[in-house]
Design a protein. Structure first.
Length: 136
């Protein structure tokens, strides 16, 4: 769906009226505001069964790890930026901002879709399969 289609759908019959402004009449600020509102509404309507099946009670907690490190980066003597925990098998791996992106590669090799942030103070999950996140 492009912006014009989304705007027509959002504004309904008003966008079809004779005196309705054309999409080209919208200011940049209006377009940005609409895009943000539309995107946020779209995100709220999406569902991810991978994330919905996880609760605080069945999460693999970062508290279970005495040492925070990317298991794969250690093997190749590399560095990581942030750490993620696979919520299927519990491997702690590096994030997409890290050079080797071991968490994503792990998902691609195993189909273990959900990771949690291993960073202190962060409480969120990410599903690689559905490209959705969720706070907990």
């Amino acid at each position: 769906m492009n912006f014009a289609q989304a705007a027509t759908g959002c504004f309904g019959d008003y966008a079809q009226e004779k005196d309705a402004p054309l999409i080209s009449d919208f200011t940049s600020a209006s377009i940005i505001l609409f895009t943000v509102v539309f995107y946020q509404g779209y995100q709220k309507t999406m569902t991810c069964e991978h994330l919905n099946n996880l609760t605080v009670e069945n999460l693999i907690s970062k508290a279970a790890y005495p040492i925070f490190r990317c298991e794969e980066c250690i093997k190749i003597n590399s560095r990581w930026v942030h750490l993620r925990i696979c919520q299927t098998c519990g491997k702690m791996l590096c994030c997409d901002s890290s050079e080797h992106q071991h968490a994503r590669r792990h998902y691609e090799a195993t189909n273990h879709a959900v990771v949690s942030s291993a960073e202190l103070g962060e409480q969120w999950l990410w599903c690689f399969a559905d490209e959705q996140g969720k706070n907990y």
